[in-house]
Design a protein around this ligand. Structure first.
Ligand SMILES: C[S@@+](CC[C@H](N)C(=O)[O-])C[C@H]1O[C@@H](n2cnc3c(N)ncnc32)[C@H](O)[C@@H]1O
Length: 205
């Protein structure tokens, strides 16, 4: 289990995280006809890096995360910028029943690999979407466990075929995958290794 509370104050200081969020936001803008009537959910929002570039294209964004530390930083940013259409909420959909709220768009970046039951969270997202609503999932392509270190108990990315099958079984269609970013990390032998990040865009059937 990664302690995201302790990472929250340093999160925005990492330029790779900001560039990743900007690239994912641009890919979402290119893939979906966003408009200011849409209600969106940023799930596992962290400090909101992905939502700030999207806020002027959407009506309202609810940002949910299980980490109080991440949400504290996010709330400070929302207040400092005077943003009126973003609301931060502490929530873990894997532990608490989903609320009544419904959304036109759900996006989630680098969160799915932290959730053990992938089929379960996809079904929850499907239930939270209005008919025809959009789901965007950004995450790692399958890797050998070296991204977090094999001692960290997370999914080692996803194969696109397996995620496609799970998403279709959960009631999504019109699926597409694009590579939107590469995270380059140093390796123990002094080299560097690239971990591709995909964006899956799907629509509730
Ligand atoms: C790698 S960070 C990504 C943060 C942000 N989406 C970004 O791209 O900068 C993963 C985030 O997911 C959150 N998270 C992990 N498991 C979660 C769960 N079950 N429910 C809600 N949030 C979760 C963590 O607290 C953390 O903020």
């Amino acid at each position: 289990m990664i302690d995201f509370d302790s990472k929250a104050r340093l999160w925005d200081g990492n330029p790779v995280f900001q560039e990743r969020a900007d690239r994912i936001a641009a890919a979402i803008q290119a893939a979906i006809p966003l408009n200011t009537n849409m209600r969106a959910l940023d799930y596992g929002c962290g400090t909101g890096m992905l939502s700030f570039p999207l806020k002027d294209s959407l009506g309202h964004i609810t940002l949910k995360d299980s980490s109080a530390g991440m949400l504290e930083v996010l709330r400070e940013k929302i207040a400092a910028l005077g943003v009126s259409n973003m609301a931060a909420r502490q929530f873990d959909l894997t532990r608490v029943d989903a609320p009544e709220d419904r959304y036109d768009l759900i996006y989630t970046s680098m969160v799915l690999h932290h959730i053990p039951d992938t089929a379960g969270i996809l079904a929850t997202f499907q239930a939270l979407l209005n008919p025809g609503g959009w789901l965007c999932v950004a995450d790692l392509d399958q890797e050998d466990g070296s991204f977090h270190g094999i001692e960290v108990d997370v999914h080692h990315g996803f194969t696109r075929d397996a995620l496609r099958q799970l998403a279709e079984a959960a009631g999504f269609g019109d699926l597409r995958f694009d590579t939107v970013f590469e995270i380059v990390k140093d390796t123990a032998d002094g080299g560097a290794r690239a971990y591709p990040v995909f964006l899956m865009v799907a629509r509730k059937r």
